[in-house]
Ligand binder design. Structure first.
Ligand code: COA
Length: 371
């Protein structure tokens, strides 16, 4: 079969940084305000008082220390608690396109290619900026790329599923080189008034060049891909075009991202560990042959648990499974390839494994080898 490579990657992230102390202080001010305003109902036992968040909990439960966001000021303002963004507008580049183009330019430099050498753009994301036209086509137009482009949605597995599509298109002869872009501007969709959610997400974008040509020194050959989906409501958002016409009552808050985080943790960790183990077995590889695990950055405890189950030991060097979540928070589907972008200094011949997992549930695992 034709060899196909990850030829280069690039990342974009906003400059604003929010520390845990800052996000907790804002949340706790909101809680104090809410409890004061609803004192009577709380005293009468009609509603429960809201509880404070804490930096200690966030670091212990998730490993997150900071997150990069598009609008720190308005997120921390307890009268707003969300970034301020403009409506999509035909006369301007969309927010996803701006992020995507920045990441794509870096990916093209890293892959040592020009946009004219790209045959297609596949954009995967957890949240579509608009229904149509595709942001991928907007980026294609802006970068002067011929061929085709489209958007796809697979929750936190959108990046690896998009890489998988690129691989399939190249191996079928449809294209030679494909630009995969994964903007994840999640903060407009975070309910910053919810204690178990307010600290999780950051904003960022990753771009990946998939090619049948070894265009740079730092290429990784794709050895194997494995995908699975299994329906679950534990990570869900009901925001959709139906909202305008819906005849039953749901508030905006009801429609935002929500999760049963603890169930996700308990169900997804064993599922992913078994999935990776069986993939390695099917490829005749021992877990010890994998020099790096670039896993979805939902939670550092999840990453460490999955790796320890796969290798059969909870004692391993932290470089085996990098954790950009500490600095960037959960970047939805962009997390695994952010980890790859920031920590891909393997030696020639070394093998690594990229794996996303998330809403759906969806899992995609890709074994690669440094050329
Ligand atoms: N500050 C302090 N305490 C908090 C808190 C906060 N911000 N948020 C929740 N708690 C409390 C809970 O109320 C609970 O208290 P209780 O034991 O008295 O009921 C306790 O901490 C444990 O809550 P739990 O939800 O079980 O925490 P957890 O250890 O599972 O960690 C997540 C929470 C969300 C960090 C974790 O479940 C997770 O990351 N899950 C997977 C996320 C994921 O993959 N999401 C997919 C989207 S990409």
């Amino acid at each position: 079969m034709q060899d196909i490579y990850i030829a280069g990657t690039g990342i974009w992230y906003p400059e604003d940084i929010i520390t845990n102390d800052e996000i907790v202080s804002s949340f706790n001010s909101y809680v104090d305000n809410f409890n004061e305003q609803n004192k009577q109902m709380i005293n009468d036992g009609q509603i429960e008082p809201l509880a404070h968040s804490s930096t200690e909990f966030i670091e212990k439960a998730s490993g997150i220390k900071t997150r990069h966001v598009i609008d720190k000021k308005n997120i921390l303002d307890i009268n707003k608690m969300m970034p301020s963004v403009e409506h999509e507008d035909a006369s301007k580049l969309s927010i996803h396109a701006i992020a995507g183009i920045e990441a794509a330019k870096k990916a093209m430099i890293s892959a040592n290619i020009e946009s004219t050498e790209i045959d297609a753009v596949i954009l995967g994301t957890s949240h579509a900026a608009r229904n149509y036209p595709s942001v991928a086509i907007e980026i294609q137009n802006e970068l002067g790329i011929d061929g085709y482009a489209y958007d796809m949605l697979v929750g936190c597995s959108s990046t690896t599923f998009a890489i998988n599509n690129a691989f399939s298109d190249i191996s079928s002869g449809l294209a030679e080189t494909i630009l995969v872009i994964n903007p994840e501007i999640s903060t407009p969709f975070v309910n910053y008034a919810k204690r178990d959610i307010h600290f999780i997400f950051g904003d960022g974008c990753v771009a990946t060049i998939i090619s049948k040509n070894k265009t740079s020194e730092n290429c990784y050959k794709i050895i194997d891909r494995k995908l699975i989906t299994k329906f679950s409501n534990n990570i869900r958002s009901d925001w959709s075009y139906l909202v305008r016409a819906a005849n039953n009552d749901k508030t905006f808050d009801d429609l935002l991202f929500y999760q049963n985080g603890n169930s996700v943790f308990k169900e997804v960790c064993p599922m992913v560990a078994e999935f990776i183990s069986s993939q390695l077995k099917n490829n005749g590889m021992k877990p010890s042959e994998i020099s790096r695990f670039w896993l979805h950055q939902a939670n550092s405890r999840m990453v460490n648990l999955i790796v320890s189950k796969v290798i059969g030991s909870d004692e391993f060097d932290s470089s085996l499974a990098p954790l950009p979540i500490e600095k960037f928070g959960n970047l939805a589907s962009a997390g695994s390839m952010f980890a790859f972008n920031l920590h891909n200094n393997l030696e020639s011949g070394d093998k690594g494994l990229i794996c996303s997992f998330g809403a759906g549930y969806s899992v995609c695992s890709i074994i690669v080898q440094k050329t």
